[in-house]
Design a protein around this ligand. Structure first.
Ligand code: DGJ
Length: 761
């Protein structure tokens, strides 16, 4: 058992392979005892002492009897107004009218495996041997509130998953104002907090800030996990790097309003908390009812950020994502959005499909504009019937035509939305989120459906099921282009209006669960104006997410790097698009765009028929290459070899480099991209990681035909080997590649990027 309980000392030890998490019970209070590198024999002698601090408030039953200051000890689930003035994990208003509460130990259970969370996505075990779970029951002696804390401890991964369940055990209605999923008190503040922040089209940039006294937090109040802040933070010990040092990661499995915060108190204790954002939240618990918080996935790495990310990737690939596509390599996509936008008909689509099929592309995705009267974004969301003026022979003609060309067929939806100019809105003007009496707020000319209503969710299930059953559809892109603002529901009474933002997600998760079950063969891809809902909860229903609307090869570097901090490559959808790039206007080589997009599930999003023969030949080469390397790229262990953030010497160039290595170390792929060029640049030494030091590897590179042709215009006799780090087919030992490293240089006039594979020989 990874979890033990010492009845005499009243200490729980939760062991992951390399960490130990300590919980202790003191006078009925459940205290935190540390989360540290694994300890075999724990005495508790080094625990933070329980001293009587001057001016601290102490509950009467302990006052004068022992040294105990609630304001200064480490808690597992801190309460409010009982002496601890830091951020509480729970605020519930009972009969007394305040958020005062005391949570005392009542009982506990330890068992193998993990239970599902009611109505919420969460990590799961494939067999009970993968994890053990501890449940601790707490009660408030003065109210009806009972709380159970859940800890699932993984046996082969340094992961602890936490959530809590609140229950009302008596007649009074409890008003839950806040209930965190996890709260962890670290005894010091010698950390930086890493967050993934940005905006639409520049999501999830890595930001680090040193902890200082007071509150530092990221949050979303957008009723969506958001482009702006991701529900992820990490505490990175001072001096820790990509490969060294202690790192503690925290990721909330939730798509709605969240808070992820660290409060440093007067004595330097750092309290990390993640949960539903208390902003505009309240939940009325009647007698016998329960409220389940979303899950927080906590990861410990003793070897820096890289190892933390690989742990998240392993867990999410095998114990969060589900369904038939979970372990399968993903089809290469052609998406018509940036090729045609709304302006298409069946001839145009088939012309694009003909070229895509000839290139070896495997999945054709028909994006926005196929339904209602949708020629622009002012109309028709909600009317999920084919736009017969555009596609007179319906979706079946398109689906059959695409399948006849040997490709899978995918379709775009934005189910949670409704256009004021739609039959659905005309029939049901109260089906959108709105606050009664007030005018409605529009985003991208659209309103948001009230997913807290069962009738709306049922309607969507029937409507989408009808379309998905009407012809062969293999893939769905599920978009969500605006975040809700008028978060109110016509069906709920006034006192329950602050439940709407959470109920919205319970409704969405229910819909997705039903569709997953009914259409198990469909590969679902989540999207939210790009990466506005790139969170673990969406990955539970849809194993991949459109990473960003920004498809520029260079902009994508920081976006994909930040995304990879928590999320695996198999979840990151990446496309090659046209130049000048539609979002930033930049021109980069087709080679570079291909190299960068191969960091995730791969595809194209441009009019292939506007390309030259040379470019088409290069795409054919990229497609064939990706098919060969995709298992390694999507399911291998990721090593972020170089981030411009880690440039320390002036001689180092602005180089991004990453490597993916098969679990059995038989293959690896390496990408190096220079974000700009300098004259007369120095060399970079790229030391690889994760290879078998006793094996030899044969190297092969994908230089890109267009780059070769360009260079040959000026240097007609340039040999192919000029485009490689070392000549193709050279055999190099794993230890040489890892200890000496490859000596590379940016030949920007060749394209500014390198991509090569290594195969064990
Ligand atoms: C936003 C998405 O991110 C795009 O890829 C595209 O599907 C548009 N929405 C369509 O409206």
């Amino acid at each position: 058992m990874a979890i033990t309980f010492d009845d005499e000392k009243k200490i729980f030890l939760l062991h992951t392979p390399h960490s130990t998490y300590v919980i202790r019970i003191f006078e009925g209070r459940v205290l935190h005892g540390g989360w540290v590198k694994r300890i075999k024999n724990y005495s508790g002698a080094c625990a933070m002492p329980l001293i009587d601090r001057a001016f601290a408030a102490v509950p009467e039953d302990l006052h004068g009897k022992c040294d105990f200051s609630p304001d200064t000890v480490q808690w597992e689930y801190p309460v409010a107004l009982r002496g601890d003035t830091r951020s509480p994990a729970i605020e519930v208003i009972g009969n007394g009218g305040t958020v005062e509460c005391e949570l005392l130990y009542e009982a506990h259970r330890i068992y193998k495996g993990k239970k599902a969370l009611v109505g919420l996505p969460a990590t799961y075990t494939n067999t009970d041997d993968e994890a053990d779970t501890l449940e601790i029951d707490l009660y408030d002696p003065n109210s009806a509130l009972k709380v159970t804390l859940f800890y699932t401890v993984w046996n082969t991964l340094d992961v602890i998953c936490r959530h809590s369940v609140l229950k009302n055990s008596a007649k009074d209605v409890l008003d839950v104002r806040s209930a965190m999923s996890a709260s962890v008190d670290f005894p010091h503040a010698r950390f930086s907090m890493l967050q993934l922040s940005g905006a639409h089209a520049r999501e999830r940039h890595v930001i680090m800030r040193e902890l200082v006294p007071g509150m530092q937090k990221v949050e979303s109040r957008r009723t969506a996990s958001s482009h702006q802040q991701n529900p992820f933070i990490a505490l990175v010990e001072q001096g820790a790097t990509e490969t060294h040092g202690d790192v503690f990661g925290f990721n909330l499995v939730y798509s709605g309003n969240f808070t992820a915060q660290t409060e440093v108190d007067q004595y330097g204790v750092s309290r990390v908390q993640l949960g539903i954002n208390p902003f505009n939240f309240s939940w009325k618990l009647a007698e016998g009812e329960s409220f389940t918080t979303p899950e927080t996935v906590m990861v410990y790495s003793q070897n820096g950020l890289g190892e933390m990310s690989r742990i998240y990737h392993d867990l999410y690939r095998s114990n969060l994502c589900r369904g038939e596509w979970r372990d399968k390599v993903r089809p290469i996509v052609i998406n018509n959005w940036e090729a045609t936008y709304f302006n298409f008909n069946s001839e145009k689509l088939f012309a694009l499909a003909d070229t895509a099929a000839a290139e070896g592309i495997e999945l054709f995705v028909l994006d926005d504009g196929w339904f209602g009267k949708r020629n622009n974004d002012w109309t028709s969301l909600g009317d999920w019937d084919v736009f017969t003026e555009k596609l007179p022979n319906g979706l079946s003609e398109i689906s059959e035509g695409i399948h006849a060309r040997g490709m899978l067929f995918g379709l775009w939806f934005e189910p949670e939305m409704i256009s004021p100019d739609s039959n659905l809105y005309r029939a049901h003007p109260d089906w959108c989120l709105h606050c009664t009496e007030r005018s409605r707020t529009l985003g991208r000319h659209q309103l948001v459906l009230d997913m807290s209503r069962k009738d709306v969710v049922d309607y969507l299930f029937e409507k989408l099921s009808a379309v998905l059953s009407s012809c062969k559809i293999d893939y769905v892109k599920w978009d969500f282009n605006r975040s809700p603002s008028d978060v109110g529901s016509a069906l709920l009474p006034v006192e329950k209006q602050q439940e709407v933002s959470h109920r919205f997600y319970l409704g969405l998760y229910d819909l997705l669960e039903r569709l997953n079950k009914k259409f198990p063969h469909i590969l679902f891809e989540s999207c939210s104006g790009g990466g506005g809902r790139f969170d673990p909860a969406m990955l539970y229903y849809m194993p991949q997410t459109w990473t960003s609307d920004n498809t520029d090869g260079l902009s994508r570097l920081a976006i994909q790097e930040g995304t990879s901090i928590a999320y695996p490559a198999s979840a990151m959808s990446c496309h090659v698009s046209a130049v000048p790039n539609h979002q930033v206007g930049r021109v980069t080589s087709l080679s570079l765009r291909g190299h960068v997009a191969m960091a995730g599930t791969f595809g194209y999003e441009l009019d292939l028929n506007k390309l030259s023969d040379l470019e088409k030949a290069e795409i054919k080469e990229q497609v064939a290459w990706y098919k060969d390397i995709r298992h390694t790229a999507e399911f291998g262990d990721l090593y972020r070899l170089r981030s411009p953030r880690s440039c320390t010497a002036f001689s180092e160039s602005p180089l991004f480099a990453w490597e993916s290595v098969e679990k059995d170390k038989s293959k690896a792929v390496v990408t190096a991209v220079w974000s700009f060029s300098e004259a007369n640049e120095s060399y970079d030494i790229l030391k690889l990681e994760g290879l078998d030091e006793n094996a030899n590897y044969k190297i092969k590179s994908l230089a890109g035909l267009s780059i070769k042709m360009l260079v040959r215009q000026f240097f007609p006799s340039a040999p192919d080997s000029e485009f490689c780090v070392v000549a193709d087919d050279t055999v190099i030992s794993g230890e040489e590649l890892m200890n000496i490293g490859l000596c590379i240089i940016n030949r920007t006039n060749y394209g500014g990027s390198l991509h090569f594979k290594l195969e064990r020989v």
